[in-house]
Design a protein around this ligand. Structure first.
Ligand code: ADP
Ligand code: MG
Length: 238
């Protein structure tokens, strides 16, 4: 696991600035929920941390090191999206091991890591199936497995459960928390679901219009919201 630090991060698309100077310190092993209304910049921020989007200004540090010039692969970060983006023609095992194969890891080591991740995610019985033969929850587990096998220092989740039905979401929420603890990574979890944020996170970051409104533990945000926006978003009585 590694610490993550954002130093006055900005992002512009053309002349339009959408992230207006975000600074944030995330400790090793911390679970951060990033919440805020649609279009406030949550995905953009994650993509900049992951290296999938250029950083217009400011610095991203992982494990104390500036990673701005590094490629996504070099950052040792895994990202899990809402859409699973599994390869339909590959089995579960092949999907999970694909990135490792690209990195040139020997097959024995790939099989070992895929086997371990499959056990952790209750996928052992499903390793030979194709994605089309899986339920939505199982597909999302495969997507997480594909991330875990890379042994990332940082896990980024972008609304990973929003395609699932309510019951499954609650179950997967518990699994994601267990996973974070077992794999011992630092996690940043984007959600628009307050309950998900309150139950999963060590600290919640509330983003609004490309700016941080407040950072605090779920209890702090609930008891002492910085303003009406946070109160409204967290559902506290202020
Ligand atoms: P969120 O994930 O919180 O819903 P996004 O990070 O996707 O928000 O988007 C933040 C803002 O940046 C939005 O106003 C969106 O329209 C804009 N945006 C995102 N991607 C692009 C892009 N490739 N080109 C132009 N504007 C973009
Ligand atoms: Mg988004």
């Amino acid at each position: 696991m590694a610490s993550v630090e954002l130093r006055d991060i900005r992002k512009s698309y053309g002349v339009l600035e959408v992230i207006h100077g975000v600074s944030l310190s995330i400790g090793e092993g911390e679970f951060i929920a990033l919440v805020g209304p649609s279009g406030c910049g949550k995905s953009t921020l994650l993509r900049m941390i992951a290296g999938l989007e250029d950083i217009t200004d400011g610095e991203v540090l992982i494990g104390g090191k500036v990673v701005n010039p590094l490629t996504p692969r070099e950052r040792n970060i895994a990202m899990v999206f809402q859409s699973y983006a599994l390869y339909p023609h590959m089995t579960v095992a092949e999907n999970m091991g694909f990135n490792l194969k690209l990195s040139g890891l020997p097959k024995s080591e790939i099989d070992k890591r895929v086997g371990e991740a499959a056990r952790m995610l209750a996928l052992t019985e499903l390793l030979d199936r194709k994605p089309s033969q899986l339920s939505g929850g199982q597909r999302q587990r495969v997507a997480m497995g594909r991330a875990i096998v890379r042994d990332p220092a940082v896990f980024l989740f972008d609304e990973p459960l929003s395609n699932l039905d309510a019951k499954l979401r609650v179950q997967m929420r518990t699994e994601i928390k267990a996973l974070h603890q077992k794999v011992a990574t630092t996690s940043i979890y984007v959600t628009h679901d307050q309950i998900e944020a309150m139950t999963l996170a060590d600290r919640i970051v509330v983003l609004n219009g490309g700016r941080v409104e407040q950072v605090g533990t779920p209890l702090e945000l609930y008891r002492t919201p910085a303003n009406l926006f946070v109160a409204g978003f967290i559902g506290s009585p202020a």
